[in-house]
Write a protein that binds this ligand. Structure first.
Ligand code: ASP
Length: 587
């Protein structure tokens, strides 16, 4: 960090003083991190943004400063001056960047008094989330949080530098706008001047970035705040930050190529090396092998389709699954296999929608020890053993169901079977997604990505068979980003709207501006967006995205610090023409 402009508070950053500075008169400022009284001597660690520095107060040399130090408490704010000296050899702390030096305090001034904090700042002991968020400004003082905030800055800066160098222009798009559907509810803002009308906060800048391509900007990015009103989902925030990008006159490979190089640079910030190009796997392939479109491949286990072994099986469960177009798929795993473990996994499989979970343990002679062995022929079992490459002692877990259920269930069992924490990192693309998925509750097709994604395949066939030109980036089992080549033809755009139940009239009403823009010379274009919060959390090794957002909401969506969301004055509501139908109980 650049040296501070010397003033009455400080001449140096406390955390940046080194052996080379010994002999200098130094003034440092910051917070009392820790105080230790040692038979006459008082040691104080003073902390600023750059780190901590040890101060020593000697009663004979500086009686006034020593007396003042005696009254200081944790988190008091001080400015202190004196000579920087080398520590005694026995007092050197190799774990601390300033560990070879200390400041002999000649004079100390207390600038502010601190109450006893509700949790310790100098230790990273577990503290309840509610308390941390209520006193976020204290929580942010902790070293780990400071490092996270700094890393986040570094990541965003790297992105800005890299993309600017590649000719991308950062453009801000509106926060108060119309709905941009990304599959969540909108946050709405009532208009005072146009009573009864509402702004929606953007779920993403999707439509604006497409308009920017139509406007001729060619290469766009933005570090963009997005808002999605979702019911509680683990580790989601109602507002979050995306790196949003869009490019004109491009195909999939153009987007992948620049993103590959960008991700390589960003990952290198924490020493993660990846070689390019990043692997591209198809959706069908990952669903078959891992049962998920964002698998953690560091868990070695792969799913095997063993339908072929049971084509003419008389075992009713397999025969009926295969007879109705389904599959028989299995996982093979080593380890200890007491009966209870199978029962546990069966319960989990059923909770995920499987009718059951068949299992077998391979005996020394290759036979199956299994409740279903008596229904299967020798050849069937031998063929499946072979297909799985199973050996003596291995367990085989089998799901016979539709391909979707088999994938979901076995995909969810993979992490359960993993031995130990996955190591290293794994990053790759998933490409060639289906365009739609069936929404059981609403009995209609939903876009797998969003409805502006270019479909591919035979668009006269039923929508369930369409594919899309979409792609995701998966990192250690998390979806880091996703995007697509977009629809640039208004006729195709309406076809997709039709498929998801948005007729021409509704389309005109909600997205007329986009449909119209598409008639004024829309270039082929595509892009992607990355979740910055998740990206930084993964790089920081943080357990939650809340640990890399300076002022996040609690899991409930509330902010314990400011008390948001809060009630507002009747007068404000009246001005907006808004009435709360059922006023909540007074709080
Ligand atoms: N707008 C999309 C999203 O927020 C990303 C994209 O398609 O570029 O997920």
């Amino acid at each position: 960090m650049k040296a501070p402009r010397p003033n009455g508070y400080r001449t140096h950053w406390a955390g940046q003083l080194r052996a080379g500075d010994v002999g200098q008169q130094v003034r440092a400022a910051g917070w009392v991190h820790r105080r230790r009284d040692h038979g006459g001597l008082i040691f104080i660690d003073v902390r600023d943004r750059t780190g901590v520095l040890q101060l020593v107060f000697r009663p004979e040399e500086a009686p006034e400063a020593h007396a003042a130090a005696g009254g200081l408490r944790g988190e008091d704010v001080i400015s202190v001056s004196g000579e920087l000296v080398r520590r005694d050899a026995s007092a050197i702390n190799p774990d601390l960047p300033t560990g070879e030096v200390e400041l002999v305090a000649a004079d100390v001034e207390q600038l502010a008094d601190a109450q006893t904090p509700p949790f310790q700042i100098d230790e990273d002991d577990p503290v309840g989330e509610e308390l941390r968020l209520r006193y976020r400004y204290l929580d942010l003082r902790k070293e780990r949080m400071r490092d996270n905030v700094m890393l986040r800055h570094g990541v965003v800066k790297e992105i800005r530098d890299f993309l600017s160098g590649e000719g991308y222009v950062e453009v801000e798009t509106p926060i108060m706008t119309r709905s941009t559907p990304e599959g969540a509810r909108d946050f709405l803002v009532p208009s005072r001047l146009m009573r009864g009308s509402w702004y929606a906060l953007p779920q993403s800048p999707q439509l604006f970035k497409q308009l920017l391509m139509i406007a001729g900007y060619e290469r766009y990015f933005q570090i963009a705040r997005c808002f999605r009103d979702e019911d509680f989902r683990a580790d989601r925030q109602p507002e979050f930050t995306q790196l949003d990008m869009e490019l004109a006159f491009v195909e999939e490979e153009d987007v992948h190529e620049v993103v590959d190089r960008l991700l390589q640079r960003v990952l290198a910030l924490t020493g993660i090396e990846v070689s390019l190009p990043l692997e591209r796997l198809t959706y069908d392939d990952v669903m078959l092998r891992y049962g998920s479109d964002r698998p953690d491949r560091r868990i070695g286990l792969e799913i095997t389709d063993i339908s072929g072994s049971f084509r003419s099986s008389e075992f009713k469960v397999f025969a009926s699954a295969l007879g109705s177009g389904g599959v028989v798929r299995a996982l093979k795993a080593g380890g200890d296999w007491p009966r209870s473990r199978f029962d546990q996994l069966t319960e989990k499989a059923q909770a995920l929608g499987a009718k059951g979970l068949a299992w077998a343990v391979l005996e020394a002679g290759g036979e199956w020890r299994s409740p279903i062995a008596k229904f299967l022929s020798e050849e069937e079992m031998a063929s499946a053993t072979d297909a799985l490459g199973a050996r003596h002692g291995d367990a085989i877990l089998i799901v016979a169901d539709s391909a979707g259920v088999a994938a979901r269930v076995l995909g969810a069992l993979r992490p359960e079977l993993a031995e130990g924490e996955p190591e290293g990192h794994d990053i790759f693309w998933v490409v060639d997604f289906p365009a739609f998925e069936w929404n059981e509750d609403e009995a209609r097709w939903d876009a797998v990505h969003h409805p502006f994604t270019s479909p591919s395949g035979d668009l006269d066939a039923e929508p369930g068979s369409w594919r899309s030109r979409a792609y995701d980036v998966i990192f250690d089992g998390w979806e880091l980003g996703g995007g697509s080549i977009r629809i640039s033809d208004p006729v195709v755009q309406q076809k997709v709207f039709d498929a998801i139940g948005i007729g021409p009239e509704e389309a005109r009403e909600r997205f007329g501006f986009l449909l119209e823009a598409l008639t004024y010379g829309a270039p082929p274009h595509g892009g992607i967006a990355f979740g910055i919060d998740r990206m930084v959390a993964l790089l920081a090794g943080a357990g939650s995205i809340r640990d890399v957002i300076a002022f996040p909401k609690a899991a409930s969506g509330a902010d314990p610090l400011t008390g948001a969301p809060a009630r507002v004055d009747e007068r404000q509501l009246a001005e907006l023409g808004v009435r709360v139908v059922q006023p909540p109980e007074p709080r």
